[in-house]
Design a protein around this ligand. Structure first.
Ligand code: KG4
Ligand code: ZN
Length: 325
């Protein structure tokens, strides 16, 4: 049995976990900074990195005590994300790896989201198509085998999670916007407002969310629809764009297996409609694994280590790190 320590600090969650053999979460801690940033309506990078620094030692000590046993490698998110926040996790991970004499494994944040599905009771097998939807990313990725990826389409402007956050702000709903909009939408009519569906007609697998956000802005200024109706109509339009492009990607690639991961994969409408409407075996991790966490980084780190992709202690953080070379 191999135990990997995973460290995630790319944005506003400090996630620490020990995962055994890349598939079982032995112990984990997640400290969310949501309440700290909510008063500002979004993440304040300088505050985020300070908060990671304040709690990373305590969370790691608790996780290691809960897990017990030997740690074989230390994985950390090395990018993309907020530079100050990434540096906290990367340097903490490298210091531990150095002092324990074990490998340090740098992990791309999106690869972490992809590997979150291997921590479930029903993990997929390669090859598969991945729809990764978060606050910073919206992309369809062809995954033929571990650590080989082709990005088939991504967003031209806002990420889908970012659009939930911005629209929530327009509607006066609290940060983070995803859960607030989902909650408000429960009371609303998803057909109340006919919001535009961006790039619906083209074969392209690119996404665009800024037009939808602007349409909500004009509606809020001009039409006086109830907040719940706007939230429900926006959520429907946002989710339908994901479903349309994913359907096209499944048809173009012939993929039979789909994984959906990242913070927006916590969305109930997306989970329900993706499972029901897409012609593929659909794997979506439980809510706790959709949001940023250390376990997904440990799972990806274990696989990288197994496949000979451990890094050296000279590697640093890269806020703009690409998934593919
Ligand atoms: O993956 P994640 O925790 O962090 C990033 O890597 O960005 O994703 C955070 C994003 C936020 O934009 C948040 O509003 C969104 O995920 N989110 C949701 C839901 N829960 C979180 N979006 C829609 N519906 C949700 N239930
Ligand atoms: Zn994420």
């Amino acid at each position: 049995m191999s135990q990997i320590l995973g460290i995630e600090t790319s944005c506003d969650e400090t996630g620490i976990a020990v995962v055994s053999d890349g598939v079982r979460v032995v112990a984990q801690q997640v400290a969310s900074q949501v309440e700290t940033h909510a008063v500002f309506g979004g993440v304040v990078p300088e505050i985020a990195s300070r908060r990671h620094t304040e709690c990373i030692h305590q969370l790691t000590a608790k996780t290691l005590a809960d897990a017990g046993g030997h740690i074989d490698a230390v994985a950390a998110t090395c990018g993309p994300g907020l530079m100050g926040s990434l540096l906290v996790g990367v340097n903490f991970a490298k210091a531990l790896a150095y002092s324990w004499g074990v490998p340090y494994v740098p992990v791309h944040h999106l690869e972490g989201h992809i590997f979150s599905v291997f921590l479930t009771d029903n993990p997929p097998e390669f090859p598969f198509l991945a729809l990764i939807v978060s606050g910073g990313h919206t992309c369809l990725i062809d995954c033929p085998r571990p650590h080989h990826y082709t990005i088939l389409g991504s967003t031209r402007d806002d990420a889908v999670g970012e659009s939930f956050d911005k629209v929530a702000r327009l509607l006066g709903l609290p940060y983070p916007g995803g859960p607030s909009i989902q909650k408000a939408a429960e009371e609303g009519d998803p057909k109340a407002v006919a919001f535009p569906r961006a790039m619906n007609q083209s074969d392209s697998l690119e996404f665009s969310y800024s037009g939808l956000k602007t349409a909500v802005l004009y509606d809020v200024r001009g039409n006086g629809h109830a907040t719940a109706d706007v939230a429900a109509s926006f959520q429907r339009a946002a989710v339908e764009q994901l479903l349309t492009k994913t359907k096209a990607a499944l048809a173009q690639t012939g993929a039979r297996t789909l994984i959906v991961a990242g913070g927006v994969a916590a969305n109930a409408l997306l989970r329900e409609r993706a499972t029901r409407e897409l012609d593929a075996a659909v794997h979506i991790p439980p809510l706790s694994l959709c949001l940023d966490n250390g376990a997904m980084i440990a799972a990806a780190g274990y696989s990288r280590w197994l496949h000979g992709h451990a890094g050296g202690l000279d590697g640093s953080a890269n806020p703009g790190l690409a998934l593919t070379d």
